[in-house]
Ligand binder design. Structure first.
Ligand SMILES: Nc1ncnc2c1ncn2[C@@H]1O[C@H](COP(=O)(O)OP(=O)(O)OP(=O)(O)O)[C@@H](O)[C@H]1O
Length: 306
């Protein structure tokens, strides 16, 4: 069943078009991602899906309902985890959940039970009675995720769920989101981290400047738009450009970034051997598998994160 269906969806702010006619279908039970750099229009899209920002044009249907008419009904079935945690700092960890539950008309007893389950799920039971303020960034994010689940939503919207978190905290959040996915919860998330998209998303769209530039599973996108391996070469020089000319024909494609050259190849080791045959001596050589970052670079000529 299609839970989110958008056709020609547009969001304009005065004469600026933030979302420029996108088509999206999200199926029940999948983890769907919007991957793109800052300013691509991901949050604007999420806000339309979250029924807090009306579309300027196009059609949008969520859970079979029309956000223009049925906003409150839809919002009651969504869980929203915004980009910036907006927890109530005056309340305890537990009270943040029970108070939020009241907005959905959940009876007090049920709310307390659900809060206990959710605190267990996000591994915050021990902090239930502490104030929110002293929690780490990762704990706050996990509490925000727990809060988004209070109304047992059919779709959970996560806007950049791990931005600003350290690597360990990110992995904890990913692990919890992965569990949610296993429980069959439909997840819709935005991210500019390609590793996050690869870890979590069954399917994603790549967004740039308000438009969708590609769509598919992470693996399919990499297969379609990149080679199996990438050789990263760094030369000790002001500019890498001079070396790029000497790499003509090594690999299928080449990208010159300010600090490195990327060679797109089927076999990294034989490409490195060819670089050596050409008497080039880079300061560093790294052979790695292609990623969604490479897909984005290929499609837009830019990197995801500056
Ligand atoms: N309320 C607004 N008024 C005017 N312009 C806006 C408004 N909200 C967003 N924009 C602009 O629309 C563009 C897309 O923003 P949006 O927040 O959707 O991008 P994003 O991909 O989510 O990036 P980020 O990760 O920075 O949130 C940006 O150029 C932004 O400045």
């Amino acid at each position: 069943m299609t839970l989110i269906h958008a056709r020609g969806l547009v969001k304009r702010f005065a004469d600026f078009t933030a979302v420029d006619g996108i088509d999206v279908d999200v199926q029940r039970g999948e983890a769907f991602g919007f991957l793109g750099p800052n300013g691509a229009g991901k949050s604007s899209t999420m806000r339309m899906i979250g029924c807090v920002s009306p579309p300027t044009d196009g059609t949008l249907s969520i859970l079979g309902l029309d956000p223009r008419r049925d906003g409150p009904k839809i919002r009651a079935k969504l869980g929203v985890c915004p980009q910036l945690d907006n927890l109530d700092l005056e309340l305890t960890v537990r009270e943040n959940l029970t108070t939020y539950a009241r907005f959905f008309g959940i009876p007090r007893k049920v709310a307390r039970e659900r809060a206990a389950e959710l605190l267990d799920f996000v591994q915050l039971t021990e902090r239930a009675d502490s104030k929110v303020e002293p929690l780490s960034g990762g704990m706050k994010r996990r509490l925000t995720i727990a809060r988004a689940l209070v109304n047992e939503p059919e779709i959970v919207l996560l806007d950049e769920p791990t931005t600003g978190l350290d690597p360990q905290a990110r992995h904890l959040v990913w692990e919890r989101l992965f569990r949610l996915k296993q429980r069959g919860v439909t997840l819709v998330l935005t991210t500019h981290y390609m590793d996050e998209a690869e870890q979590l998303c069954d399917r994603l769209v790549v967004m740039d400047a308000g438009k969708i530039v590609a769509e598919g599973s992470p693996r399919a996108l990499i297969e379609q738009y990149s080679t199996r391996e990438v050789v990263e070469l760094r030369f000790n020089a002001e500019s890498q450009d001079a070396f790029a000319g000497k790499l003509d024909g090594v690999g299928e494609r080449l990208e010159v970034l300010p600090d490195r050259i990327l060679l797109y190849v089927a076999d990294g080791d034989s490409a490195v051997a060819e670089v050596q045959r050409r008497l080039l001596s880079p300061a560093s050589v790294l052979v790695r598998r292609s990623s969604l970052e490479d897909v984005f670079l290929h499609l837009t000529g830019r990197t995801l994160v500056d």
